[in-house]
Design a protein. Structure first.
Length: 299
């Protein structure tokens, strides 16, 4: 779902041990539970994008990759327990085709109705080992995850005013002039999440092949917030880009240093359609009721 860092599997939870009951006299009581038969069918392995100890922006979903296209997500959902600072979270998984990870054709994103709180500790137990993933399929592993959120960094980009206003934990930190996509190549509207950063990003398109400094990716299809020294006369005045958010060089460098993966960017008055949910981390462009329905696999 974008060019991302290497996936990292989290720790597997320990298995509970069984112990035979005993009477007060020391005579053995009833025998312990019998060992269930091993599952049959095709195994489905799960990997997580996030790793233990990682920190993300408040818009970042938890992402799981599945090694096969499952047909039933009920056990996957039932085996998920997420807490935020120790309190149970009320979230849901949404399944869609994986665009980036070879051998893992399906991915699932977990989020709550609203963004994560800032500066929070998030823990997930994904206890699905030996649970059904559909007829003839079962999950072959369980996982846990401990990650954190940083500050609540929210950028609001308005194509009408040609400005980008950035806040952190509710306080304004930047106000930058911008140039968005021209009428023939409009910028997507809606909510986009910072996916990755590159000090120099090669960008290729009709009539251009450029190495662009201070680039912050917000869609898989190629929208970035980046430096655009060549477009200085239009920045803050009119939208003339190929769809990216053009900034003056010094502003782009400041935003690059500030932004963290998972930060939220909200685009209005762009003249373009809403960013599709699958084009990066466009999760927040789906209504909560649509999200809860589960997407490609109903939970």
């Amino acid at each position: 779902m974008g060019s991302v860092a290497a996936l990292a599997a989290a720790c597997a939870p320990s298995q509970a041990s069984w112990r035979n009951g005993a009477t007060d006299s020391g005579v053995s009581g009833s025998a312990g539970p019998t060992t269930p038969p091993p599952p049959s069918g095709a195994p489905v392995h799960v990997r997580l994008f996030q790793s233990d100890g990682s920190t993300w922006g408040v818009g970042m979903p938890i992402i799981a990759y599945l090694s096969a296209k499952i047909t039933d997500a009920q056990e996957f959902a039932a085996g998920t327990a997420v807490t935020v600072d120790g309190a149970p979270a009320q979230g849901a998984w949404y399944f869609e085709r994986s665009a980036i990870y070879k051998g893992y054709p399906l991915e699932a994103h977990y989020r709550t109705e609203k963004y994560w709180p800032a500066h929070a500790k998030i823990h997930m137990d994904l206890a699905v080992k030996d649970k059904a993933a559909g007829p003839g399929q079962y999950f072959d592993n369980s996982l846990t995850l401990d990650m954190s959120t940083g500050a609540a960094n929210i950028s609001r980009i308005d194509g009408k005013s040609e400005r980008m206003v950035v806040t952190s934990d509710g306080k304004q930190v930047f106000s930058f002039p911008v140039s968005l996509g021209k009428a023939s190549t409009p910028t997507f509207g809606g909510t986009k999440i910072v996916m990755e950063k590159a000090k120099v990003q090669r960008m290729v398109g009709p009539g251009y092949d450029e190495k662009v400094p201070w680039s912050v990716r917000v869609t898989n299809s190629g929208e970035f917030v980046h430096s655009a020294a060549w477009n200085g006369g239009n920045i803050g005045q009119r939208s003339t880009s190929h769809g990216c958010t053009n900034l003056n060089v010094s502003d782009a460098q400041k935003f690059f240093g500030f932004a963290q993966v998972g930060d939220v960017t909200v685009y209005t008055h762009t003249g373009g359609p809403t960013m599709p949910s699958w084009d990066g981390y466009g999760d927040w462009n789906l209504s909560w009721s649509t999200w809860q329905a589960g997407g490609a696999v109903h939970a």
